[in-house]
Design a protein around this ligand. Structure first.
Ligand code: RTP
Ligand code: MG
Length: 139
């Protein structure tokens, strides 16, 4: 059975641009319940660990620099089929390829600065939620 939870971050570009409210509104209007929420700033070590799966990729340094340059808003979201439905809501990694009406189509600037993160599996959703939130911060 598809899992009920996913993890997201509103990335520094979208926080800087004042789009936190608009993005959270679209998320909740799409049927996701917020079960954890906070604003933090990742350290370089945090971002290197969070994105360790990409550490051989050419964009890794740029990605770590971007994700640590300002605050993010992280959240755990609940809905049936949460991981897949949330990835559909945010759209393709590159906003040029993202479908009309998706969060990245509306708010992302480029393939690197693409406004939001969404977990890519139930297993990673659980790992990523646990990276950012303690059990007492999830409701
Ligand atoms: P995310 O993990 O943030 O939800 O994004 P995703 O699954 O759609 O994309 P992924 O392949 O996991 O890449 C993670 C993040 O790395 C940055 N990226 N930059 N410059 C580039 O070519 C490039 N490719 C990826 C993006 O911020 C992407 O979301
Ligand atoms: Mg990914």
């Amino acid at each position: 059975m598809a899992g009920k939870r996913t993890f997201t971050m509103i990335k520094p570009d979208a926080v800087e641009a004042g789009n936190v409210g608009g993005i959270l509104e679209q998320i909740t209007a799409s049927g996701f319940r917020i079960v954890a929420l906070k604003m933090t700033q990742m350290t370089t070590a945090d971002a290197e660990e969070f994105y360790a799966v990409h550490n051989e990729r050419p964009f890794f340094g740029e990605l770590v620099e971007f994700m640590t340059r300002g605050p993010i808003v992280s959240a755990v979201l609940e809905k049936d089929n949460a991981v897949d439905d949330f990835r559909a809501l945010i759209g393709a990694t590159n906003p040029e390829d993202a479908a009309e009406g998706t969060i990245r189509k509306k708010y992302a600037k480029s393939v690197g600065e693409n406004a939001v993160h969404g977990s890519d599996s139930d297993e990673n959703a659980q790992i990523e939620a646990g990276f950012h939130f303690s059990g007492r911060e999830m409701f």
